[in-house]
Ligand binder design. Structure first.
Ligand code: SF4
Length: 357
């Protein structure tokens, strides 16, 4: 496990809000230079420690122009020294072009995470995503340019066929896939469409079936599930995201970004004007119990699970009860059994409750 920080930079701008999205972002077709000024000010304040992973996420970071990307990367190198093992940018498929790809490589990115969400135009319409007619061609360009390519997908849409998505994945051949369950969030346009009866919602059984099918599909194609929603070819697990699941320190920069110093959680405001004025950031010191709660909650999302203390092992040996058939307790190592990942939330809550966390 790495002892160096992860560095996360949030770019909270999107061309248009997607119907299912409850994340904070502002609609804009470009990133104002004044936002980069604010990010660099925050780097000056928080910089000094080494970071071995960098993740530029959003929003839509691929809205950054090439000169902005160069400026941002020069600042990260100045304020956060160290050899980077993984440098990722989230990219919208619409922004993939030969020029963008060579700019990202020149700037030092060695991993792309492409927010596809679905290869099916029908599913993309349901999600309120923009249509990308040449999606596959763009992804093949990215595949050719980057040795480490990740694709983000969503399941949990009524009537979907995840095997069709698997066939497209087979042609693109990414190294890493994040395949998330759609959550219909309160107040989103998708939730309003469902409430008005204009869109259907997948039932729990349908979602469970899609999840089982996509796991089987990806395993057949040589990907290993290493986290509930994340699958990788051997050696391509996301080093940056593993810091979240292992709950090791990461620095979060930008509006709405959060971080963890090892003792405190930090949180920047979900408000551009407030963030740019340098106000509204919060810090929360974690007690031993709060810290352990997060370690267990995040760690159990991983296929490898968590290492318990001797006392915790003793408690669970006697109290697992009805959870026993869904969990594997070998010595002090606790993990979910493969078939239990779809109900992980219930199981994790059950473990936390028994451990008094
Ligand atoms: S889903 Fe992604 S691209 Fe769509 S609005 Fe949310 S952050 Fe932006």
């Amino acid at each position: 496990m790495s002892l160096e920080n992860g560095l996360y930079i949030h770019i909270p701008f999107c061309r248009r809000k997607c119907d299912y999205c409850a994340f904070y972002s502002e609609e804009s077709s470009s990133v104002p230079d004044s936002y980069l000024d604010a990010l660099i000010r925050e780097m000056e304040e928080k910089g000094g420690d080494a970071a071995d992973t960098l993740y530029v996420g959003g929003g839509t970071p691929s809205l950054l122009s090439c000169s902005q990307i160069m400026r941002l990367m020069a600042a990260t190198e100045r304020f956060f020294p160290g050899t980077r093992r993984e440098v990722t940018m989230e990219v919208n498929p619409e922004d993939i072009s030969p020029q963008k790809l060579s700019c990202l490589k020149e700037a030092g990115f060695n991993r792309l995470s492409v927010g596809v969400q679905s290869f099916s135009e029908k599913k993309r319409r349901y999600l309120g995503r923009r249509s990308v007619s040449d999606m596959e061609e763009r992804l093949l360009l990215a595949r050719e340019a980057f040795d480490n390519l990740s694709v983000d997908l969503i399941f949990g849409i009524p009537g979907e066929d995840v095997r069709e998505e698997g066939e497209v994945l087979g042609r693109i051949d990414p190294d890493h896939i994040s395949w998330y369950d759609l959550k219909v969030e309160e107040g989103t346009p998708l939730q309003k469409r469902i409430d008005r009866g204009e869109a259907a919602e997948a039932g729990n059984d349908e979602e469970a079936e899609s999840y089982a099918k996509l796991v089987a599909e990806l395993e057949t194609r040589g990907y290993r599930r290493y986290e509930i929603s994340n699958f990788a070819r051997p050696g391509y697990e996301s080093l940056h995201n593993l810091k979240y699941w292992h709950f090791t320190p990461y620095i979060g920069l930008g509006a709405g970004a959060s971080g963890y110093t090892g003792r405190e959680m930090t949180r920047n405001p979900d408000d551009l004007a407030l963030y740019m004025s340098g106000e509204g950031s919060a810090r929360q010191r974690l007690g031993t119990k709060e810290k352990r709660n997060i370690e267990v909650m995040m760690g159990l999302r991983l296929e490898e699970g968590i290492t318990l203390t001797e006392a915790e092992t003793g408690i669970l040996e006697h109290s697992l009860g009805e959870l026993r058939s869904f969990l594997k307790l070998e010595g002090r190592q606790l993990s979910l059994v493969p078939d239990a990942f779809f109900i992980s939330n219930t199981l994790i809550l059950g473990v936390l409750e028994r451990l008094g966390l």
